[in-house]
Ligand binder design. Sequence first.
Ligand code: FUC
Length: 784
Amino acid sequence: MTSGISRRTTLKSALGVTGALALGVPALSGTAIAADPSDELTLWYRTPAADWERESLPIGSGALGASVFGTLGTERLTLNEKSLWTGGPGAGGGYDHGDWTQPRPGVLASVQQRLDTEGKLTPEAVAAELGQPKHGFGAYQVFGDLELAVPGAPTAPDGSYRRALDLGQAVAGVSYTHQGVAYTREFFASYPGDVIAGRFAADQPGKVGFTLRYTSPRDDFSATASGDRLTVRGALQDNGLRFEAQIRVRTSGGSVSAGADGTLTVSGADSAWFVLAAGTDYADTFPDYRGDDPHAAVTAAVDAAAAHSYEELRAEHVSDHRALFDRVSLDIGQQTPDLSTDQLLAGYTGGTSAADRALEALFFQYGRYLLIASSRAGSLPANLQGVWNNVTNPPWSADYHVNINLQMNYWLAEVTNLAETTAPYDRYVESMREPGRRSAQKIFGSAGWVVNNETNPYGFTGVHDWATSFWFPEAAAWLTQQMYDHYRFNGSTDYLRSTAYPVMKEAAEFWLANLRTDPRDGTLVVTPSYSPEHGDFTAGAAMSQQIVHDLFTSTLEAARTLGDAPDFRTRLENALGALDPGLRIGSWGQLQEWKTDVDSRTDDHRHVSHLFGLHPGRQIEAGSEWAEAAKVSLTARGDGGTGWSKAWKINFWARLRDGDHSHKMLSEQLKSSTLPNLWDTHPPFQIDGNFGATSGVAEMLVQSQHGPIEILPALPGSWPDGRVTGLRARGGVTLDIVWSGGSASRITLRASRTTDLTLRSTLFPGGEHTFRASAGQTYVFPQP
Ligand code: FUC
């Protein structure tokens, strides 16, 4: 990444070939905002947003984000640039070049020995030995707010007011009529342009005016205006990270003037638009994490965008977005009533009405929209809030929690045909290797790379001392799972060789060096082992073992595919043979969370970590005794939990082939963990639940984790008839499925590779059809 320069080099070349109008995208008309309430892919409201978290509407280009309020008198956009982080090496009290964990010889071994003899230790006891205070972790920062004060705007919305977010175009808009004049505003974040743009228009000449100003909760910046340009420059006091934004305003008719107070004022215009570029001098390079001053790149981006017409910029953006978003459509019999989205949500019952289905289909597509908007190549991956944040101290720093949350953010990426959005994830995981090696050395004295419970953009891979969340070295292995899956979906051995495998192999080296023989039964176990945020430290908790099993299984497959050295393969085979697989059925038929049978039937903890092998892993297959035990555990855990926990349960029940329970969890999430702007709430807002829910819906419709492609494995009774297009399955497959009366009636499969495929569906006699697919061919079943 991620120096702004490389980000923008790609973008300029995209602008160079623009001619977006020539791509057939319709040009903007004066009132073409996205507020058509009949559009099933639009979120819309009758009032401006009063509350950022509950009501603002997000737009984003991966690196840049904005949340739109639609306020009449002063339009507000809360701005984000994803690398604007405090903390990091060298920051006051911060860690030094990744060496945040002091070597304390013998401490780890003594904890392991105590676990051997005492069986368990409290998190507090282990944190007292192995933890250390958290320094310099930092937090994701709001970039500031853009305020556009509109003279003469009405003070309160009337019936003409609409605020909307069109997911198909990725354009947010506001429309209202005042004193006989129809006003429109619209906003988008362009990935090819690397800018945020907005336009104010009216249906009568000379009616558009505003004063544009930048504000920030920090006082670390200067804002100066000159001509049509507003420049914001500053450096975070905490760590000196430099940031810059530039805004340029163009008008049609009227005038623009710069104020000595750092404002730009438009008056008497027929329409006016602005474009904003922003960047920092962050780079994802160990050990300094600094790149070029953002000035040159920001100037280039804003000037390139301002040299085009608004219509060109918009058309280019829409076509870029549509190229991803339009790949998947979902028809579950929804019919969008004339209800604003907050009303649709408030009236949602989880039943079978067309309106309930409208919300479910919208929520599914919203997850895809949010991933496109918060994860594009050239920046950091989606954090706990995607790219959106309105404060300097967001919950959990809006960081990268890796004991489920970052992983969950990408569960939907492959199956809902957005594989490109994983590029920043891969890059981020790769960037953790170098500091992760330091942590492996310092904490474990071993080879390999490691990261613990949460991480930041500055290579924090160590531990802290919050007892229930400081220790989770399994995270590195889990993070590689998505990368191997990327390979399983697209089949590129080049990608496997160059990107996924090196990271997987080094994570495997870490565990080859760190598993210990369990004196209880001679198996290899992870110790100390901690089932995320739950219970005591022990040796060999189910999730630890299942993650290592998953890593070793995938790494061995990859090593065979790539023909890696036989001795490495032999070491993996031997370790897999001796590994405790983390699957054990306890006294009440449950899948045990720990190696000893201590699970409580009344435990409703939000983490359901011991079911990792069911999802996102592939160790447990539906129909097996393990799946039955997983069902017992999941039933006992109940249908509650935080937003992301409910989302995980959608996926679990889908993997257990129980579409109705899967759908129940989707409805629980919509009823109690979803805000009016359809952001998932933990509470507070946490975007993993959005992504996990979209993944869960896809898992109801197609699964391929065990090899065969399962069509409609968990179709809920409330969606008896429907159609989905464009879902992906492992093996380079794209699928359209039509169903009626609860069964598939037509499957269309496009193969991108020549390979043997097995399709499982009631459509085939015996339930299965195996054939050799040829690259580039389309297959229709039943055959016409
Ligand atoms: C994990 C969860 C919490 C929260 C945090 C960001 O630690 O257990 O519920 O989601 O991540």
